[in-house]
Design a protein around this ligand. Structure first.
Ligand code: 2P0
Length: 323
């Protein structure tokens, strides 16, 4: 039955960066994220035998075949499992602040995995949903669950999926600093591929991951914002260092990203528990205590406009909405 399904975005504290298998999206390393409440996607899928092709309507606008590619990958798997061939109408609404540049494949493809399997009458477990979402976009495998989530890299389609590790019901939150940006010129998919293939720093990145993962899981269990933040920050810097060694080299940082990182370091010296992480784009995410978020936001406003700073708290896993 067609139902609206909601999935929230997640931000990795231990990053996914590189694939072992491109077709099945098996990653090179385990990653660990926090699902957030502020940004999410609602999706509904309707299979219809009268359609001649899959259609994606995102925020009311029909999307081209390029945008449909990841969507059809998931729809094809669902059709295969349910043993029918009807094309689908996919309606999606992204709840992301206008112009934030945070359009997220994680929430979008997780919501789609839930909506498509519901519409096909497949009764999938969360683990199966995570595997399905992964086929659209790796990070989507983590958005099936709320709180802190680890994506086990596994070795094949059956063994690569996410699982929840902590509901994040403690004093942690994130502030998003939305820096001014031009169009992204290296997608995360192309960026990680180029880095794995050409960067001499990539092996160094992989070599310290197990330690970062072990350390952050202990720190999450201790509910230590300072330890979790410091590990996430060092992990993000290592990931971004690999791109500088790629051929041709690239970076997602802009001057404003560096200003944001410097602002976070300054606030830390002033005594706040603040750390940063960054993904495949110039925005900076600030890991901090929820209880200090409004004070930190005010302090950041001496560097950025108020509209550029968005607060987020830990968010829930995938939800089927009552239509
Ligand atoms: C992450 N990123 O762990 C990392 C950190 C970007 C930097 O997951 O190729 O859109 O569709 O599997 O999931 C972004 O990559 O890539 C991402 P595909 P995806 O959040």
């Amino acid at each position: 039955m067609s139902k609206w399904v909601r999935a929230h975005t997640n931000i990795a504290l231990i990053k996914y960066w590189g694939k072992e298998n491109e077709e099945f999206i098996i990653p090179k390393n385990n990653s660990l994220s926090l699902t957030l409440d502020a940004f999410y996607t609602d999706s509904k899928v309707t299979f219809d035998s009268s359609l001649k092709e899959d259609q994606l309507i995102l925020d009311g606008e029909k999307q081209d075949s390029i945008a449909l590619k990841k969507v059809s990958t998931i729809l094809d798997i669902v059709r295969d499992k349910a043993d029918f061939t009807d094309f689908a109408l996919v309606e999606s609404i992204n709840y992301v602040p206008t112009a934030a540049g945070l359009a997220s494949s994680a929430s979008g493809l997780a919501a789609l995995a839930g909506a498509a399997s519901a519409a096909a009458g497949l009764n999938l477990s969360s683990k199966e949903l995570s595997r399905l979402a992964r086929r659209g976009s790796g990070s989507a495998s983590r958005s099936i669950y709320g709180g802190f989530v680890e994506w086990e890299k596994g070795t094949n389609d059956e063994t690569s999926f996410a699982h929840p590790i902590d509901n994040a019901d403690w004093d942690i939150g994130m502030l998003f600093i939305i820096v001014k940006q031009a169009k992204k010129d290296v997608s995360s998919r192309d960026g990680m591929q180029r880095t794995v293939a050409t960067s001499p720093f990539y092996d160094g990145w992989l070599a310290t991951l197990d330690q970062d993962l072990t350390d952050i899981k202990i720190s999450i269990a201790e509910q230590s914002i300072n330890k979790v933040g410091a590990i996430a920050e060092r992990n993000a810097l290592k990931m971004h260092a690999t791109t500088l060694g790629a051929q041709p080299p690239f970076t997602y940082w802009t001057a404003d990203s560096m200003l944001a990182m410097e602002a976070v370091r300054t606030l830390r010296k002033e005594g706040y528990s603040v750390y940063f992480t960054m993904d495949a784009g110039p925005n900076v995410k600030v890991i901090c205590k929820q209880s200090e978020m409004s004070k930190i936001k005010k302090a950041l406003m001496s560097y950025f406009d108020e509209e550029q700073i968005i607060s987020a708290k830990p968010g829930p896993g995938i939800q089927v909405l009552e239509n």
